[in-house]
Design a protein around this ligand. Sequence first.
Ligand SMILES: *[C@@H]1O[C@H](CO)[C@@H](O)[C@H](O)[C@H]1NC(C)=O
Length: 221
Amino acid sequence: MRTIEPTTQAENMLKTILLSFFLLVITCNAAVQDFCVGDLKAPEGPAGYSCKSPADVTVADFVFTGFRAAGNTTNIINAAVSPAFAAQFPGLNGLGLSIARLDLAPGGVVPMHTHPGASELLLVVQGSIVTGFISSANNVYVKKLVKGDIMVFPQGLLHFQINAGGRTAVAFASFSSQNPGLQITDFALFGNTLPSSLVEKTTFLDDAQVKKLKAVLGGSG
Ligand SMILES: *[C@@H]1O[C@H](CO)[C@@H](O)[C@H](O)[C@H]1NC(C)=O
């Protein structure tokens, strides 16, 4: 009489477990979540918006038409940044990417800024732009880009764009986050209510310079 050997018993058990697992995967397949279109009525958390009910999702959630017209560059920087982040384009929610249109009138500049949450790719589609970033080691990487050129800006580093020609320049910036964030350094330093004496101490600028910048950039104190 043959007895079932322990190894055969173990093999059989393993086969049963694997079969059950595959069956589970096949049955669960129908429940795979393809997307999580942002429900903009609820607040955005660190992981993005909560999902709109799939029954309410339409193709309009996956299309953004806000880049057809140029942004309004009649402002202090002669530039417009039009974001298509999750808040403007809910279909991006949960996908870890986003895009913005940049219009730079002659003399236009996007002042030194950072995106705390994303790396950026900049593609110039019209005109020419001088752009660059400063590394954590304070090395400068700067280049004049013309139509068709792309530059990448690693996450969190200070960078800027300046129109390098006499006509309007246009570029598109894509980001490795649905919500890259944007902090413009001049506004962070001078467009606030921090008392001027503290701004002077922490920037090594004199009182007149700080007062002037606070007035230009909307700060007080
Ligand atoms: C552009 O912005 C300026 C300043 O806010 C405003 O006066 C002007 O009407 C705007 N132009 C358009 C076309 O919206």
